[in-house]
Design a protein around this ligand. Sequence first.
Ligand code: KIV
Ligand code: ZN
Length: 560
Amino acid sequence: MNAGYAKYIPFVPIHMDHRTWPDKQITKAPIWCSVDLRDGNQALIDPMNLQEKLEYFHTLVDIGLKEIEIGFPSASETEYEICRELIDGGHIPDDVTIQVLVQARPHLIQKTFEAIRGAKHVILHFYNSTSTLQRKVVFQTDVEGVKKIAVDAANLIRELSQDAIAEGMDLRYEYSPESFMGTEMDAAVEICQAVIEAIQATPEKKIILNLPTTVENCMPNYFADEIEYFISKLPSRESAIISLHPHNDRGCGVATAEMGLLAGAERIEATLFGNGERTGNVDIVTLALNMYTQGVDPELDFSHINAIRDMYERCTKMKVGERQPYVGELVFTAFSGSHQDAINKGFNYMEQSGTGKWEVPYLPIDPTDLGREYEPVRINSQSGKGGAAFIMHHKFGYDLPKAMQPEFGHIVQVETDAVGKEIPAQRIYELFKENYLDATTPYQLVRHSFAEFTDDEGHSHVTFAGTLRHQDTVFQVQGSGNGPIDAFFNAIHGQKMDRFTFVDYKEHAITDGSDSMAVAYIQLRDAEGKDHFGVGISHNINLAPLKGILSAINRAVNGK
Ligand code: KIV
Ligand code: ZN
Protein backbone atom coordinates (compact mmCIF):
# COMPACT_ATOMS: atom_id res chain seq x y z
CA MET A 1 0.00 0.00 0.00
CA ASN A 2 1.29 3.50 -0.73
CA ALA A 3 1.48 6.12 1.98
CA GLY A 4 -1.79 7.70 0.89
CA TYR A 5 -3.35 6.81 4.22
CA ALA A 6 -1.18 9.45 5.87
CA LYS A 7 -3.35 12.22 4.45
CA TYR A 8 -6.45 11.10 6.37
CA ILE A 9 -7.39 12.70 9.66
CA PRO A 10 -8.52 10.07 12.18
CA PHE A 11 -11.73 10.47 14.11
CA VAL A 12 -11.16 11.69 17.66
CA PRO A 13 -13.42 9.82 20.10
CA ILE A 14 -14.97 11.82 22.91
CA HIS A 15 -13.78 11.09 26.39
CA MET A 16 -16.30 9.16 28.51
CA ASP A 17 -15.62 8.50 32.18
CA HIS A 18 -18.49 6.13 32.42
CA ARG A 19 -20.64 4.66 29.67
CA THR A 20 -23.78 2.62 30.29
CA TRP A 21 -24.84 1.58 26.80
CA PRO A 22 -22.71 -1.60 26.51
CA ASP A 23 -24.79 -3.22 29.25
CA LYS A 24 -28.14 -2.39 27.66
CA GLN A 25 -30.31 -4.53 25.38
CA ILE A 26 -32.77 -3.75 22.62
CA THR A 27 -36.11 -4.87 24.02
CA LYS A 28 -38.62 -2.98 21.87
CA ALA A 29 -38.96 -1.56 18.41
CA PRO A 30 -37.94 2.05 17.88
CA ILE A 31 -40.21 4.54 16.13
CA TRP A 32 -39.44 3.86 12.48
CA CYS A 33 -39.33 6.49 9.77
CA SER A 34 -38.77 5.59 6.15
CA VAL A 35 -36.62 8.00 4.18
CA ASP A 36 -36.79 5.93 0.98
CA LEU A 37 -38.79 8.48 -0.94
CA ARG A 38 -36.41 11.31 -0.05
CA ASP A 39 -32.85 10.22 0.83
CA GLY A 40 -33.23 6.98 -1.14
CA ASN A 41 -34.87 8.66 -4.10
CA GLN A 42 -32.39 11.51 -4.35
CA ALA A 43 -29.58 8.97 -4.70
CA LEU A 44 -31.07 7.13 -7.69
CA ILE A 45 -29.66 7.45 -11.18
CA ASP A 46 -33.25 8.00 -12.33
CA PRO A 47 -35.34 9.31 -9.45
CA MET A 48 -38.78 7.73 -9.21
CA ASN A 49 -41.66 9.16 -11.18
CA LEU A 50 -45.07 9.81 -9.67
CA GLN A 51 -46.44 6.32 -10.30
CA GLU A 52 -43.36 4.67 -8.88
CA LYS A 53 -43.38 6.86 -5.79
CA LEU A 54 -47.04 6.11 -5.19
CA GLU A 55 -46.50 2.38 -5.52
CA TYR A 56 -43.51 2.60 -3.18
CA PHE A 57 -45.46 4.72 -0.70
CA HIS A 58 -48.29 2.19 -0.55
CA THR A 59 -45.83 -0.65 0.03
CA LEU A 60 -44.28 1.28 2.93
CA VAL A 61 -47.74 1.73 4.41
CA ASP A 62 -48.44 -2.00 4.01
CA ILE A 63 -45.19 -2.84 5.78
CA GLY A 64 -46.49 -0.83 8.73
CA LEU A 65 -44.51 2.39 8.56
CA LYS A 66 -46.31 5.20 10.32
CA GLU A 67 -43.81 7.96 9.54
CA ILE A 68 -42.73 8.37 5.93
CA GLU A 69 -40.51 11.13 4.57
CA ILE A 70 -42.09 11.71 1.19
CA GLY A 71 -39.62 14.14 -0.29
CA PHE A 72 -38.14 17.58 -0.47
CA PRO A 73 -41.11 19.50 -1.91
CA SER A 74 -39.35 22.84 -2.12
CA ALA A 75 -36.49 21.35 -4.14
CA SER A 76 -38.26 20.90 -7.49
CA GLU A 77 -41.62 21.07 -9.21
CA THR A 78 -41.72 17.27 -9.50
CA GLU A 79 -41.20 16.87 -5.77
CA TYR A 80 -43.86 19.49 -5.10
CA GLU A 81 -46.38 17.76 -7.42
CA ILE A 82 -45.78 14.37 -5.85
CA CYS A 83 -46.40 15.83 -2.40
CA ARG A 84 -49.64 17.40 -3.63
CA GLU A 85 -50.82 14.20 -5.29
CA LEU A 86 -50.25 12.21 -2.09
CA ILE A 87 -52.34 14.72 -0.14
CA ASP A 88 -55.03 15.58 -2.72
CA GLY A 89 -55.28 12.06 -4.07
CA GLY A 90 -56.19 10.72 -0.62
CA HIS A 91 -53.28 8.27 -0.55
CA ILE A 92 -52.29 8.90 3.07
CA PRO A 93 -54.06 6.77 5.69
CA ASP A 94 -55.16 8.63 8.81
CA ASP A 95 -52.65 6.86 11.01
CA VAL A 96 -49.68 7.75 8.80
CA THR A 97 -47.67 10.93 9.21
CA ILE A 98 -45.87 12.32 6.20
CA GLN A 99 -42.53 13.99 6.70
CA VAL A 100 -41.11 16.67 4.42
CA LEU A 101 -37.52 17.84 4.38
CA VAL A 102 -36.37 21.41 3.97
CA GLN A 103 -33.11 23.26 4.37
CA ALA A 104 -33.04 25.94 7.05
CA ARG A 105 -33.62 28.67 4.45
CA PRO A 106 -36.59 31.07 4.56
CA HIS A 107 -37.89 30.86 0.95
CA LEU A 108 -37.69 27.05 0.95
CA ILE A 109 -39.50 26.89 4.29
CA GLN A 110 -42.29 29.08 2.88
CA LYS A 111 -42.65 26.87 -0.19
CA THR A 112 -42.76 23.77 2.02
CA PHE A 113 -45.73 25.16 3.95
CA GLU A 114 -47.57 25.62 0.63
CA ALA A 115 -46.74 22.03 -0.32
CA ILE A 116 -48.22 20.48 2.83
CA ARG A 117 -51.50 22.44 2.85
CA GLY A 118 -54.43 20.19 3.74
CA ALA A 119 -52.40 17.25 5.07
CA LYS A 120 -53.59 15.80 8.38
CA HIS A 121 -50.38 14.71 10.09
CA VAL A 122 -47.06 16.24 9.12
CA ILE A 123 -43.51 16.28 10.43
CA LEU A 124 -41.70 19.31 9.10
CA HIS A 125 -38.04 18.35 9.03
CA PHE A 126 -35.50 21.16 8.78
CA TYR A 127 -31.74 20.90 8.82
CA ASN A 128 -28.45 22.67 8.47
CA SER A 129 -24.93 21.40 8.63
CA THR A 130 -23.04 21.87 11.87
CA SER A 131 -19.78 19.87 11.70
CA THR A 132 -16.32 21.31 12.16
CA LEU A 133 -15.42 20.38 8.60
CA GLN A 134 -18.55 21.86 6.98
CA ARG A 135 -18.25 25.04 9.03
CA LYS A 136 -14.66 25.44 7.90
CA VAL A 137 -14.87 24.33 4.28
CA VAL A 138 -18.42 25.11 3.14
CA PHE A 139 -19.91 27.84 5.29
CA GLN A 140 -16.86 29.65 6.64
CA THR A 141 -18.65 30.27 9.88
CA ASP A 142 -18.40 29.33 13.56
CA VAL A 143 -20.75 27.53 15.96
CA GLU A 144 -22.65 30.76 16.59
CA GLY A 145 -23.16 31.11 12.82
CA VAL A 146 -24.69 27.66 12.32
CA LYS A 147 -26.71 28.00 15.51
CA LYS A 148 -28.21 31.23 14.20
CA ILE A 149 -29.22 29.56 10.92
CA ALA A 150 -31.00 26.82 12.88
CA VAL A 151 -32.68 29.16 15.36
CA ASP A 152 -33.84 31.62 12.64
CA ALA A 153 -35.38 28.69 10.76
CA ALA A 154 -37.07 27.41 13.93
CA ASN A 155 -38.54 30.85 14.62
CA LEU A 156 -39.86 31.21 11.08
CA ILE A 157 -41.33 27.70 11.13
CA ARG A 158 -43.12 28.36 14.41
CA GLU A 159 -44.56 31.57 12.99
CA LEU A 160 -45.70 29.98 9.70
CA SER A 161 -47.19 27.01 11.53
CA GLN A 162 -49.92 29.02 13.20
CA ASP A 163 -52.31 29.02 10.22
CA ALA A 164 -51.80 25.35 9.44
CA ILE A 165 -52.40 24.37 13.07
CA ALA A 166 -55.46 26.61 13.22
CA GLU A 167 -56.80 24.78 10.17
CA GLY A 168 -56.47 21.51 12.06
CA MET A 169 -53.13 20.12 10.93
CA ASP A 170 -51.32 17.91 13.44
CA LEU A 171 -47.91 19.46 12.83
CA ARG A 172 -44.73 18.27 14.48
CA TYR A 173 -41.13 19.34 13.98
CA GLU A 174 -37.85 17.60 13.35
CA TYR A 175 -34.45 19.22 13.40
CA SER A 176 -31.27 17.59 12.04
CA PRO A 177 -27.85 19.00 12.84
CA GLU A 178 -26.53 17.55 9.57
CA SER A 179 -23.09 15.91 9.89
CA PHE A 180 -23.78 15.57 13.63
CA MET A 181 -21.10 12.93 14.22
CA GLY A 182 -18.40 15.32 13.03
CA THR A 183 -19.69 18.13 15.25
CA GLU A 184 -18.11 18.82 18.63
CA MET A 185 -20.63 17.26 21.02
CA ASP A 186 -20.92 20.32 23.26
CA ALA A 187 -21.63 22.43 20.17
CA ALA A 188 -24.26 19.93 18.99
CA VAL A 189 -25.95 20.11 22.41
CA GLU A 190 -25.85 23.92 22.37
CA ILE A 191 -27.36 24.17 18.86
CA CYS A 192 -30.09 21.58 19.51
CA GLN A 193 -31.03 23.15 22.87
CA ALA A 194 -31.35 26.53 21.15
CA VAL A 195 -33.65 24.97 18.54
CA ILE A 196 -35.79 23.29 21.25
CA GLU A 197 -36.24 26.67 22.90
CA ALA A 198 -36.98 28.55 19.66
CA ILE A 199 -39.56 26.04 18.51
CA GLN A 200 -40.97 25.90 22.07
CA ALA A 201 -40.93 22.12 22.34
CA THR A 202 -42.24 20.64 25.58
CA PRO A 203 -42.48 17.12 27.00
CA GLU A 204 -46.07 17.11 25.70
CA LYS A 205 -45.13 18.41 22.25
CA LYS A 206 -41.69 17.02 21.67
CA ILE A 207 -39.41 17.93 18.80
CA ILE A 208 -37.62 15.11 16.99
CA LEU A 209 -33.86 15.67 17.17
CA ASN A 210 -32.44 13.62 14.35
CA LEU A 211 -28.72 12.92 14.78
CA PRO A 212 -27.31 11.72 11.47
CA THR A 213 -24.10 10.04 10.55
CA THR A 214 -24.33 11.99 7.32
CA VAL A 215 -21.03 10.42 6.32
CA GLU A 216 -20.17 7.51 8.59
CA ASN A 217 -16.68 8.32 9.88
CA CYS A 218 -16.12 6.32 13.03
CA MET A 219 -16.67 2.98 14.67
CA PRO A 220 -20.18 2.35 15.99
CA ASN A 221 -19.02 2.27 19.61
CA TYR A 222 -17.62 5.80 19.30
CA PHE A 223 -20.93 6.93 17.81
CA ALA A 224 -22.81 5.32 20.70
CA ASP A 225 -20.59 7.26 23.11
CA GLU A 226 -21.53 10.45 21.27
CA ILE A 227 -25.23 9.66 21.60
CA GLU A 228 -25.00 8.81 25.29
CA TYR A 229 -22.98 11.95 25.91
CA PHE A 230 -25.34 14.16 23.88
CA ILE A 231 -28.42 12.86 25.68
CA SER A 232 -26.87 13.23 29.11
CA LYS A 233 -25.91 16.85 28.44
CA LEU A 234 -29.07 18.05 26.68
CA PRO A 235 -30.91 20.26 29.21
CA SER A 236 -34.37 19.74 27.69
CA ARG A 237 -33.95 16.05 26.93
CA GLU A 238 -37.55 15.37 28.01
CA SER A 239 -38.81 17.69 25.25
CA ALA A 240 -37.09 15.70 22.50
CA ILE A 241 -37.37 12.36 20.74
CA ILE A 242 -33.85 11.27 19.86
CA SER A 243 -33.70 9.95 16.31
CA LEU A 244 -30.82 8.43 14.33
CA HIS A 245 -30.16 8.62 10.62
CA PRO A 246 -27.19 6.38 9.91
CA HIS A 247 -25.46 6.22 6.55
CA ASN A 248 -23.21 3.32 5.72
CA ASP A 249 -19.87 4.63 4.43
CA ARG A 250 -17.80 2.28 6.59
CA GLY A 251 -20.32 -0.55 6.20
CA CYS A 252 -21.36 -0.22 9.85
CA GLY A 253 -24.77 1.46 9.47
CA VAL A 254 -26.65 -1.39 11.14
CA ALA A 255 -24.23 -1.60 14.08
CA THR A 256 -24.29 2.18 14.41
CA ALA A 257 -28.08 2.17 14.60
CA GLU A 258 -28.18 -0.73 17.06
CA MET A 259 -25.55 0.72 19.38
CA GLY A 260 -27.18 4.14 19.08
CA LEU A 261 -30.42 2.58 20.32
CA LEU A 262 -28.55 1.08 23.26
CA ALA A 263 -27.22 4.56 23.97
CA GLY A 264 -30.73 5.96 24.30
CA ALA A 265 -32.04 6.79 20.83
CA GLU A 266 -35.75 6.15 20.30
CA ARG A 267 -36.29 6.54 16.59
CA ILE A 268 -34.56 5.39 13.40
CA GLU A 269 -34.66 6.80 9.90
CA ALA A 270 -33.81 4.15 7.36
CA THR A 271 -34.57 2.76 3.91
CA LEU A 272 -35.54 -0.58 2.40
CA PHE A 273 -32.42 -2.59 1.57
CA GLY A 274 -30.26 0.40 2.47
CA ASN A 275 -30.79 2.54 -0.60
CA GLY A 276 -29.45 6.06 -0.19
CA GLU A 277 -26.61 8.41 -0.97
CA ARG A 278 -23.24 6.71 -1.74
CA THR A 279 -23.15 3.46 0.23
CA GLY A 280 -26.70 4.09 1.31
CA ASN A 281 -28.76 4.72 4.40
CA VAL A 282 -29.09 2.05 7.05
CA ASP A 283 -31.20 -0.92 5.92
CA ILE A 284 -34.51 -1.04 7.76
CA VAL A 285 -35.09 -4.68 6.80
CA THR A 286 -31.87 -5.87 8.41
CA LEU A 287 -32.47 -3.77 11.50
CA ALA A 288 -36.03 -4.96 11.95
CA LEU A 289 -35.26 -8.62 11.30
CA ASN A 290 -32.21 -8.53 13.57
CA MET A 291 -34.66 -7.58 16.32
CA TYR A 292 -37.12 -10.24 15.20
CA THR A 293 -34.50 -12.99 15.46
CA GLN A 294 -33.77 -11.86 19.02
CA GLY A 295 -37.40 -12.36 19.97
CA VAL A 296 -38.35 -8.67 19.72
CA ASP A 297 -41.41 -7.62 17.70
CA PRO A 298 -40.11 -5.08 15.16
CA GLU A 299 -43.66 -3.88 14.44
CA LEU A 300 -42.97 -4.03 10.72
CA ASP A 301 -44.25 -6.74 8.42
CA PHE A 302 -41.72 -8.40 6.13
CA SER A 303 -43.69 -11.61 5.73
CA HIS A 304 -43.74 -11.17 1.93
CA ILE A 305 -40.21 -10.02 1.46
CA ASN A 306 -39.85 -11.19 -2.13
CA ALA A 307 -42.77 -8.99 -3.21
CA ILE A 308 -41.18 -6.04 -1.40
CA ARG A 309 -37.88 -6.71 -3.12
CA ASP A 310 -39.59 -6.95 -6.52
CA MET A 311 -41.37 -3.63 -5.96
CA TYR A 312 -38.09 -2.06 -4.84
CA GLU A 313 -36.17 -3.27 -7.87
CA ARG A 314 -38.95 -2.22 -10.25
CA CYS A 315 -39.34 1.29 -8.83
CA THR A 316 -35.72 2.17 -8.10
CA LYS A 317 -34.07 0.14 -10.90
CA MET A 318 -31.56 -0.94 -8.27
CA LYS A 319 -30.59 -4.55 -7.62
CA VAL A 320 -30.69 -6.31 -4.27
CA GLY A 321 -27.45 -8.23 -3.78
CA GLU A 322 -27.45 -12.00 -3.65
CA ARG A 323 -26.01 -11.99 -0.17
CA GLN A 324 -28.04 -9.10 1.24
CA PRO A 325 -29.18 -10.17 4.73
CA TYR A 326 -32.60 -11.84 4.86
CA VAL A 327 -33.57 -11.08 1.26
CA GLY A 328 -30.63 -12.00 -0.99
CA GLU A 329 -31.15 -14.89 -3.36
CA LEU A 330 -28.46 -17.00 -1.70
CA VAL A 331 -29.11 -16.39 1.98
CA PHE A 332 -31.37 -19.40 2.50
CA THR A 333 -29.17 -21.98 0.95
CA ALA A 334 -25.94 -23.77 1.78
CA PHE A 335 -23.26 -25.14 -0.49
CA SER A 336 -20.89 -26.64 2.05
CA GLY A 337 -21.52 -30.30 2.82
CA SER A 338 -21.14 -29.91 6.59
CA HIS A 339 -23.59 -26.99 6.58
CA GLN A 340 -26.05 -29.02 4.54
CA ASP A 341 -25.86 -31.95 6.94
CA ALA A 342 -26.30 -29.71 9.97
CA ILE A 343 -29.32 -27.97 8.43
CA ASN A 344 -30.82 -31.33 7.63
CA LYS A 345 -30.31 -32.44 11.22
CA GLY A 346 -31.74 -29.17 12.50
CA PHE A 347 -34.97 -29.68 10.57
CA ASN A 348 -35.25 -33.26 11.83
CA TYR A 349 -34.50 -32.17 15.38
CA MET A 350 -37.20 -29.51 15.25
CA GLU A 351 -39.71 -32.04 13.96
CA GLN A 352 -38.90 -34.43 16.79
CA SER A 353 -38.48 -31.95 19.64
CA GLY A 354 -41.74 -30.13 18.91
CA THR A 355 -40.72 -27.16 21.10
CA GLY A 356 -41.70 -24.65 18.42
CA LYS A 357 -38.35 -22.91 18.94
CA TRP A 358 -36.17 -22.24 15.93
CA GLU A 359 -33.05 -24.38 16.28
CA VAL A 360 -31.59 -24.89 12.84
CA PRO A 361 -27.85 -24.37 12.47
CA TYR A 362 -26.74 -21.98 9.72
CA LEU A 363 -30.21 -20.50 9.33
CA PRO A 364 -30.67 -17.57 11.73
CA ILE A 365 -34.29 -17.09 10.71
CA ASP A 366 -37.11 -19.33 9.51
CA PRO A 367 -37.39 -18.42 5.81
CA THR A 368 -41.13 -19.10 5.88
CA ASP A 369 -41.50 -16.12 8.26
CA LEU A 370 -40.47 -14.00 5.28
CA GLY A 371 -42.65 -15.83 2.79
CA ARG A 372 -39.56 -17.58 1.46
CA GLU A 373 -38.78 -21.25 1.21
CA TYR A 374 -35.82 -22.98 2.62
CA GLU A 375 -34.31 -22.88 -0.83
CA PRO A 376 -33.25 -26.49 -0.63
CA VAL A 377 -29.60 -26.92 -0.37
CA ARG A 378 -27.72 -25.94 -3.49
CA ILE A 379 -25.38 -28.51 -4.86
CA ASN A 380 -21.89 -27.87 -6.20
CA SER A 381 -18.57 -29.65 -5.81
CA GLN A 382 -18.30 -28.46 -2.18
CA SER A 383 -21.48 -30.22 -1.20
CA GLY A 384 -21.75 -33.42 0.79
CA LYS A 385 -23.95 -36.46 0.87
CA GLY A 386 -26.57 -34.77 3.06
CA GLY A 387 -27.30 -32.07 0.48
CA ALA A 388 -28.42 -34.39 -2.29
CA ALA A 389 -30.49 -36.41 0.17
CA PHE A 390 -32.05 -33.22 1.49
CA ILE A 391 -33.11 -32.16 -1.99
CA MET A 392 -34.54 -35.58 -2.75
CA HIS A 393 -36.52 -35.43 0.49
CA HIS A 394 -37.72 -31.81 0.56
CA LYS A 395 -38.14 -31.18 -3.13
CA PHE A 396 -39.19 -34.56 -4.45
CA GLY A 397 -40.47 -36.47 -1.40
CA TYR A 398 -37.92 -39.35 -1.45
CA ASP A 399 -36.65 -40.01 2.07
CA LEU A 400 -33.46 -41.93 1.32
CA PRO A 401 -32.23 -44.31 4.04
CA LYS A 402 -29.10 -43.11 5.81
CA ALA A 403 -27.02 -46.04 4.57
CA MET A 404 -27.77 -45.14 0.95
CA GLN A 405 -26.97 -41.43 1.23
CA PRO A 406 -23.17 -41.65 0.82
CA GLU A 407 -23.56 -43.66 -2.40
CA PHE A 408 -26.04 -41.23 -3.92
CA GLY A 409 -24.00 -38.26 -2.64
CA HIS A 410 -21.01 -39.69 -4.49
CA ILE A 411 -23.00 -40.07 -7.71
CA VAL A 412 -23.99 -36.40 -7.46
CA GLN A 413 -20.46 -35.31 -6.65
CA VAL A 414 -19.04 -37.07 -9.70
CA GLU A 415 -21.52 -35.05 -11.76
CA THR A 416 -20.71 -31.69 -10.11
CA ASP A 417 -16.98 -32.33 -10.55
CA ALA A 418 -17.57 -33.15 -14.20
CA VAL A 419 -19.68 -30.08 -14.99
CA GLY A 420 -17.62 -27.81 -12.72
CA LYS A 421 -20.58 -25.78 -11.49
CA GLU A 422 -23.75 -25.88 -9.46
CA ILE A 423 -26.34 -28.39 -10.64
CA PRO A 424 -30.06 -27.72 -10.30
CA ALA A 425 -32.41 -29.80 -8.16
CA GLN A 426 -34.05 -31.28 -11.25
CA ARG A 427 -30.71 -32.70 -12.37
CA ILE A 428 -30.30 -34.37 -8.97
CA TYR A 429 -33.65 -36.04 -9.45
CA GLU A 430 -32.61 -37.16 -12.94
CA LEU A 431 -29.44 -38.70 -11.53
CA PHE A 432 -31.53 -40.55 -8.96
CA LYS A 433 -33.91 -41.78 -11.64
CA GLU A 434 -31.18 -42.80 -14.07
CA ASN A 435 -29.19 -44.64 -11.39
CA TYR A 436 -31.94 -46.39 -9.44
CA LEU A 437 -35.43 -46.21 -10.94
CA ASP A 438 -34.22 -46.87 -14.48
CA ALA A 439 -31.95 -49.80 -13.49
CA THR A 440 -34.31 -52.22 -15.24
CA THR A 441 -31.89 -54.41 -17.19
CA PRO A 442 -30.77 -57.13 -17.55
CA TYR A 443 -33.35 -58.59 -15.11
CA GLN A 444 -36.99 -57.68 -15.62
CA LEU A 445 -40.21 -58.80 -14.02
CA VAL A 446 -42.58 -59.56 -16.89
CA ARG A 447 -45.64 -60.61 -14.92
CA HIS A 448 -46.37 -61.92 -11.47
CA SER A 449 -49.01 -62.86 -8.93
CA PHE A 450 -49.16 -63.00 -5.13
CA ALA A 451 -51.38 -65.26 -3.04
CA GLU A 452 -51.70 -64.50 0.64
CA PHE A 453 -53.35 -66.29 3.55
CA THR A 454 -53.21 -65.92 7.32
CA ASP A 455 -53.06 -69.09 9.45
CA ASP A 456 -54.86 -69.83 12.73
CA GLU A 457 -52.04 -68.20 14.72
CA GLY A 458 -52.35 -65.03 12.69
CA HIS A 459 -49.11 -65.58 10.70
CA SER A 460 -49.16 -64.39 7.16
CA HIS A 461 -48.00 -66.65 4.27
CA VAL A 462 -47.33 -65.23 0.86
CA THR A 463 -46.70 -67.14 -2.35
CA PHE A 464 -45.08 -65.43 -5.27
CA ALA A 465 -45.19 -66.73 -8.85
CA GLY A 466 -43.63 -64.73 -11.62
CA THR A 467 -42.10 -64.59 -15.07
CA LEU A 468 -38.68 -62.97 -15.30
CA ARG A 469 -36.65 -62.03 -18.32
CA HIS A 470 -32.87 -61.95 -18.55
CA GLN A 471 -31.96 -60.50 -21.92
CA ASP A 472 -33.60 -62.95 -24.40
CA THR A 473 -34.26 -65.67 -21.84
CA VAL A 474 -37.61 -65.83 -20.12
CA PHE A 475 -37.99 -68.04 -17.05
CA GLN A 476 -40.54 -68.86 -14.35
CA VAL A 477 -39.95 -68.68 -10.63
CA GLN A 478 -42.05 -69.48 -7.60
CA GLY A 479 -41.56 -69.24 -3.84
CA SER A 480 -43.23 -68.69 -0.50
CA GLY A 481 -42.40 -66.68 2.55
CA ASN A 482 -43.78 -64.59 5.38
CA GLY A 483 -44.15 -61.53 3.17
CA PRO A 484 -43.73 -60.42 -0.45
CA ILE A 485 -39.98 -59.78 -0.15
CA ASP A 486 -39.30 -63.08 1.55
CA ALA A 487 -41.46 -64.95 -1.03
CA PHE A 488 -39.66 -63.26 -3.92
CA PHE A 489 -36.23 -64.02 -2.49
CA ASN A 490 -37.16 -67.65 -2.05
CA ALA A 491 -38.53 -67.69 -5.60
CA ILE A 492 -35.24 -66.58 -7.16
CA HIS A 493 -33.21 -68.99 -5.01
CA GLY A 494 -31.05 -71.13 -7.26
CA GLN A 495 -31.14 -68.66 -10.14
CA LYS A 496 -28.00 -66.90 -11.34
CA MET A 497 -29.19 -63.71 -9.71
CA ASP A 498 -29.17 -65.43 -6.35
CA ARG A 499 -25.84 -64.26 -4.97
CA PHE A 500 -27.06 -61.53 -2.64
CA THR A 501 -28.26 -61.50 0.90
CA PHE A 502 -30.98 -59.16 1.94
CA VAL A 503 -29.76 -56.46 4.39
CA ASP A 504 -32.41 -53.83 4.81
CA TYR A 505 -35.45 -52.23 3.34
CA LYS A 506 -37.45 -49.04 3.80
CA GLU A 507 -40.73 -48.07 2.19
CA HIS A 508 -42.87 -44.94 2.26
CA ALA A 509 -45.53 -43.21 0.22
CA ILE A 510 -44.87 -40.31 -2.11
CA THR A 511 -47.54 -38.15 -3.59
CA ASP A 512 -47.25 -36.99 -7.12
CA GLY A 513 -50.14 -34.56 -7.54
CA SER A 514 -53.25 -36.51 -6.52
CA ASP A 515 -51.47 -39.80 -7.22
CA SER A 516 -49.97 -41.74 -4.33
CA MET A 517 -47.12 -44.16 -4.97
CA ALA A 518 -45.05 -46.45 -2.79
CA VAL A 519 -41.28 -46.15 -2.94
CA ALA A 520 -39.06 -48.95 -1.61
CA TYR A 521 -35.31 -48.70 -0.94
CA ILE A 522 -33.50 -52.03 -0.87
CA GLN A 523 -30.06 -52.82 0.48
CA LEU A 524 -28.47 -56.12 -0.62
CA ARG A 525 -25.01 -57.49 0.15
CA ASP A 526 -22.91 -59.66 -2.16
CA ALA A 527 -20.55 -62.47 -1.23
CA GLU A 528 -17.62 -60.05 -1.02
CA GLY A 529 -19.51 -57.98 1.55
CA LYS A 530 -20.23 -55.10 -0.82
CA ASP A 531 -23.58 -53.39 -0.42
CA HIS A 532 -25.84 -52.67 -3.38
CA PHE A 533 -28.81 -50.33 -3.24
CA GLY A 534 -31.88 -50.35 -5.40
CA VAL A 535 -35.11 -48.36 -5.53
CA GLY A 536 -38.52 -49.31 -6.87
CA ILE A 537 -41.71 -47.31 -7.18
CA SER A 538 -45.20 -48.58 -7.84
CA HIS A 539 -48.82 -47.89 -7.05
CA ASN A 540 -48.80 -51.36 -5.52
CA ILE A 541 -47.01 -51.50 -2.14
CA ASN A 542 -46.11 -55.18 -2.70
CA LEU A 543 -44.59 -54.54 -6.08
CA ALA A 544 -42.42 -51.54 -5.14
CA PRO A 545 -39.94 -53.64 -3.07
CA LEU A 546 -39.66 -56.28 -5.82
CA LYS A 547 -38.76 -53.58 -8.30
CA GLY A 548 -36.30 -52.26 -5.71
CA ILE A 549 -34.64 -55.69 -5.40
CA LEU A 550 -34.35 -55.99 -9.17
CA SER A 551 -32.95 -52.46 -9.32
CA ALA A 552 -30.28 -53.41 -6.76
CA ILE A 553 -29.44 -56.67 -8.57
CA ASN A 554 -29.29 -54.95 -11.98
CA ARG A 555 -27.03 -52.23 -10.61
CA ALA A 556 -24.73 -54.85 -9.10
CA VAL A 557 -24.66 -56.88 -12.29
CA ASN A 558 -23.89 -53.72 -14.26
CA GLY A 559 -21.02 -52.91 -11.91
CA LYS A 560 -22.70 -49.88 -10.32
O1 KIV B 1 -27.72 12.32 5.90
C1 KIV B 1 -28.18 13.38 6.35
O2 KIV B 1 -27.57 14.06 7.16
C2 KIV B 1 -29.49 13.78 5.88
C3 KIV B 1 -30.11 14.93 6.58
C4 KIV B 1 -30.83 15.79 5.66
C5 KIV B 1 -30.96 14.39 7.68
O3 KIV B 1 -30.03 13.16 5.00
ZN1 ZN C 1 -29.17 11.15 4.81
